[in-house]
Ligand binder design. Sequence first.
Ligand SMILES: *Cc1c(COP(=O)(O)O)cnc(C)c1O
Length: 217
Amino acid sequence: MSLDDIITRIANAEENAGRPQGSVSLIAVSKVQPNTRVQAVLEQGHRCFGENRVQEAEGKWPDFKQQFDGVDLHLIGPLQTNKARPAMELFDAIHTLDRPKLANTFARLAQELGRCPDMFIQVNTGEEDQKAGVFPIDADDFIKECQALDLPVRGLMCIPPVDEEAALHFALLAKIAARNGLAGLSMGMSSDFEKAIALGATHIRVGSAIFGERVSS
Ligand SMILES: *Cc1c(COP(=O)(O)O)cnc(C)c1O
């Protein structure tokens, strides 16, 4: 697989779903990838990337942002409250807002910094103990709470359980977003992004299918 292949598959999936070309943003998930691979994708003109750790992202993206204009960086991994400030300074969007303490911290820092990344609320659609995210039953209240804090809530994000049909989780996420008037849906990874596009994904998070298997650092 390569970036071009993925872009073609996205265009086909958009067409099959009767959705306009370009309605899905591809977040190239560069976590744990060697810088040479990330640089190669930047040189092909891609600008939207995802990382799951603040510290790792701080180690590579300030340099890449100096070399390449227009980088759009998304945090897709769990965030500790004490990393909220560096996360807000480095990222253009955060997909893992999942608890009131983090929401309050973002709201306070947004005042102080005078800006705030786009926010996606993570929903634990499979209600898995080990997974982050608000439970579906708590989602409506938490969305309202974040909006009342003036956070720029763009949409919802989910990571389906590995052993379940992803489509059910994508459909559930889409339903919660629709009833709350949210347009953004961050869902779908290397193995299931076409399914996610069919169910309305606006942001897909694709790592290994672009960069190859992750090599541990
Ligand atoms: C790593 C990761 C991805 C990308 O996974 P691939 O299977 O390599 O495409 C997507 N979303 C999240 C939250 C991740 O941590």
